[in-house]
Design a binder for this molecule. Structure first.
Ligand SMILES: [Zn+2]
Ligand SMILES: [Zn+2]
Length: 138
């Protein structure tokens, strides 16, 4: 067992912690992640079950259909606007945490890139990662 993963938003009003290990660590280059991050991709650690990630502080949520057509539920700090977590209506047991919101972002170990078909030339990815043009099948 490693140290719990912990982190929060930029102003400190929202905090989270989990003793679970991430099931997936990925960069996503879909248009929604680009718009919300303000750059070429967003980076996530995905945990399951969702209840293992304890979030303190009141987040504001925003629901949107992703490139896949499935609804995503974004949770962010209403004070500083930092995106904290992301959940998926079609996969309610998962929760994704934004990598740079970790107290120690160096713990993020990406393995894959999703929605590479949406990538821009100015946002190149590590060629050692497994690349998916959209979402991985299954
Ligand atoms: Zn905040
Ligand atoms: Zn995305």
């Amino acid at each position: 067992m490693s140290e719990p993963y912990s982190g929060g938003c930029a102003c400190g009003a929202i905090r989270y912690e989990t003793s679970s290990e991430p099931v997936v660590e990925t960069h996503c280059q879909c248009r929604d992640c680009q718009r919300r991050s303000g750059t070429g991709h967003a980076s996530y650690l995905v945990f399951a079950p969702r209840a293992d990630v304890r979030i303190t502080g009141a987040t504001t949520t925003w629901r949107v259909a992703g490139d896949s057509g499935n609804e995503k539920i974004h949770a962010f700090c209403p004070t500083c606007g930092t995106p904290v977590s992301l959940a998926f209506s079609a996969m309610p047991d998962l929760i994704a945490i934004h990598a740079a919101s970790l107290d120690d972002p160096s713990r993020f170990k990406p393995r894959a890139v999703t929605y590479n078909a949406r990538a821009y030339a100015w946002d190149p990815m590590d060629p050692g990662l497994q690349v998916f043009p959209t979402m991985p099948p299954g």
